[in-house]
Structures are given as C-alpha cells and as structure tokens.
Design a protein around this ligand. Structure first.
Ligand SMILES: [Fe+2]
Length: 306
C-alpha cells in the first residue's frame, strides 16, 4: 500500500468509526502513531511473527517495569529534553544549569532537612570514598534563593537505588535539602559508582540486539525547585568515569561535570570528623523565573513514593 492509502485506511479505523465525541488530542495522537506504525510495517515488510515478537517484548518489558529504562535507552527521554530546551529558547529562556533526564528511579517522600543532609546510612563507609557536595541555588539574576528545595538521589556502590533495592535502608542516598538563608545546600554521601541495565532484562536484551552497551557513568540526580522558579531536573556526572561521554541514556551534558577536589589535609579531615581523605564537589544551580510563555517545567509522570 502507499502511505496515502494507509493514511486513508487508518483514518476509517480510528476516526470515522467513532460513535460519540472523541478526546481530540488522544484521537490525533493514536491516528498518527497507528498510521506511522502501519507505514513502518509496509516499508520494512514486517512479518506477523516479527510483529508479535515485538508486542510480546513490550508486554514483558512492562511487566518487568523496564519501560522507564527503555525510554532513555532509545534516546526518547533525551529527545523530550531537547524539545524542552527548544521551547524555553523560544520563550527567551537560555543559559542556567542544563536540564537532563530524570530517569525512572526517583522516590517521593525523602527526609527533609535545612542546609545540610547526610545521604548515606553508613553501610558503605568502609568501601566508599566520602563525598561532600555543596553550592548555592541562584535565580536568573544571580540572587541566591533561600528556601529552595534540592532533592537529591543516587545509586550505591553496587549501582542500585534504595526502594527499588529492598536490601537498602529506607531512603538511603535520598534526601530533600532546603537551602539556608544564603541559598546554600550541602550534603555528605559516598561517591556513587556507575551502573548498567539489569543483565538479562528487557532493555539489555534489546540493546544487545542493537550492538549497544547499557552502561551509565556515575552520576547524582537532582530536582531543584523554588517559589516562582522553573523546576530544574538534572544530574551531575562524576568526572573520570569511563562512560562519562558514552552514556546509554544520553544524559551527559556540558556544564554538568563539575571538578572533584580530593582533600587530605589533616586539619580539613579533623574539621569533618573523618579519618581518611574525602572528595569535594562545588556546584551551583542556576534556575529560571517561571514564565507563562514556556511549557511547564513540572513534568507529570507516575512516580514511586514511600
Ligand atoms: Fe540514575
């Protein structure tokens, strides 16, 4: 069939068959997606066995809760960021701390504290390098934002996230820090390690067929929000990681790889109450004022909560 014939045929299925008013947005999206799928089936001569294999794949990926991992793996979450950047640029919003993908592993309800939090529960203190990260949350004019909310989460040394990994204590490596009167935040944690897609899982299987790896560089996730400001969803990457610019989720961006300072001065260790050297990262967040001209920076999606 020609693409035009497919468009006409799919319209009879999705639009002309309606017997009551449709949701126009849903109708337009489904019409487009089904038409595009039929065109792909025609152009690529997709056989029924291949179609059912694909459907079974998606069914299993859904059952295994891996669709949220497949989405960044195929670049789609990065694509939504690119579109968000473009929409902001059209509304005159440029610069500031770059956004990058949320990923599927945020959990709402983390303990909240003012100014400082320790993220780790101490179980990996022996094996891990202690990390202090600190900075200021600014508005677009460079004014510090007291009372801003810095939500932070990252993986443990095995590359696993608490809540999804039930062997970890509740909210391990997850906290919400409210900036102090000077707009500053600081946390102590352990330096995260990179991780890969679950071996043998749906995402890994497809990446394997595509000849790709499923590894991420070590990183720390953030939501940063403040009254009247656009919510920032971002991550920092740990400099020196072998996958720093080869992330299967395409989340690495210029401006999100802060320098790491290694501190071994005895006086500095004493001040922190530490017996071994630690790492320190300074990183400021620069937010934008919310404007009506740009789409909401608050992305609605189902998220875990504990
Ligand atoms: Fe992550």
């Amino acid at each position: 069939m020609t693409h035009q014939e497919i468009d006409q045929l799919v319209k009879t299925w999705i639009v002309d068959s309606a017997i009551r008013p449709a949701n126009p947005r849903v109708q337009a999206i489904v019409l487009r997606l089904v038409s595009d799928l039929c065109k792909a089936m025609e152009d690529l001569d997709i056989q029924p066995s291949e179609f059912w294999t694909g459907l079974d794949y998606l069914t299993n990926a859904g059952k295994a809760n891996e669709l949220g991992l497949l989405t960044p793996g195929l670049g789609l979450e990065r694509f939504m960021d690119i579109r968000a950047d473009e929409a902001e640029a059209r509304a005159g919003i440029t610069g500031g701390t770059p956004r990058t993908i949320e990923g599927p592993l945020y959990v709402a309800g983390a303990p909240e504290s003012k100014g400082f939090a320790r993220l780790d529960d101490g179980t990996e203190s022996e094996q891990g390098e202690v990390l202090f990260m600190q900075g200021t949350v600014f508005d677009a004019q460079g004014k510090p934002l007291p009372g801003a909310k810095v939500e932070v989460w990252h993986a443990n040394l095995l590359g696993n996230y608490s809540f999804f990994d039930q062997t970890q204590s509740p909210f391990n490596l997850r906290r919400t820090i409210i900036t102090d009167a000077a707009g500053r935040y600081q946390f102590q944690t352990i330096m995260p390690k990179g991780y890969g897609c679950p071996p043998g899982g749906s995402t890994a299987k497809l990446l394997d067929l595509l000849g790709r790896h499923g590894q991420r560089p070590a990183h720390i996730h953030f939501f940063v929000s403040a009254e009247g400001q656009r919510k920032l969803t971002t991550q920092i990457n740990i400099d020196g990681d072998e996958y720093l610019w080869d992330d299967f989720a395409f989340a690495s961006r210029e401006g999100l790889v802060p320098a790491i300072v290694r501190v071994s001065d005895p006086a500095a260790l004493d001040a922190k109450g530490l017996a071994k050297p630690f790492a320190s990262i300074d990183f400021d967040f620069h937010l934008h004022q919310d404007v009506a001209a740009a789409p909401s920076a608050e992305v609605e999606r189902p998220r875990a909560a504990a």
